[in-house]
Design a protein around this ligand. Sequence first.
Ligand code: NAD
Length: 254
Amino acid sequence: MTQPQDFAGRSALVTGAASGIGAACARQLAARGAKRLILVDVDAAGLDALDCDCSVERVVGSVGDEALWRDLEPRLEGLDHAVVNAGIGAGGAIADLSLADWRRVMEINLDGAFLTLSAAMRAMRAHGRGGSAVITSSSTAVKPVPGIGPYGVSKAAVSHMARIAAVEGAANKIRVNAIAPGGVDTAIWESSEEFRASVAENGREATFKAMASTTPSGRFASADEMAETMLFMLSDAGANITGHVLVSDGGFTL
Ligand code: NAD
């Protein structure tokens, strides 16, 4: 159940905050009392458009850029929470992909998650109070979906990174978990040519409905639903949960 002020006085880092799940996390953190948010995204206009009722620092840049984290790290002092969420979708079968295409996905979805989590854990270790992080993985880390090889591999890797970081962070009271969503109605799908063609022909709602036909619940989730579950793990309500990959997919992986 939502606790109205359970992030009161806390500071949180959210990557991929300009849109979808990250934006929903930022809005809900602010609504639940967070005093300071550091929001990172490549999309400057999206970050500007996000309205959060607390102190907000907007950082425009790529999570895969090591220099960004070198500059940002001093500003993470006192950090309580991290939502390691920025990511891109990607098409391509293993047999048909170039190394450059493979690396483009890994640079954002895996290297970017590593750089984010690593910087956040150092900040939490430094102040000694501990903290928590949630990584946005994917149900495609659990169930092999053809045609999105590097995406599924990057997400399987970040799920395991959550488990390793949970063991490493425990002595410093740092918890690390991951969520593995099934389909969520966000802008990420717009990078798919097939998706755009179907929306042009059938409309957005019908397209998502057709895509959800292999999911037992028969629907895609909303970004707000995902954020609510992520904030449960991030909050003190999840104080004994660490190293867990929570599948929230309407039954897609069953
Ligand atoms: P989205 O496209 O709405 O949001 C992703 C955000 O990440 C965007 O604002 C984008 O600008 C940002 N971003 C992309 N590359 C970046 C980079 N290099 N540095 C910083 N920011 C960058 O999509 P979403 O669905 O909200 O995606 C959030 C996370 O959820 C992603 O990691 C995605 O893989 C994961 N996910 C999404 C779904 C889904 O169906 N939507 C399912 C499972 C997992």
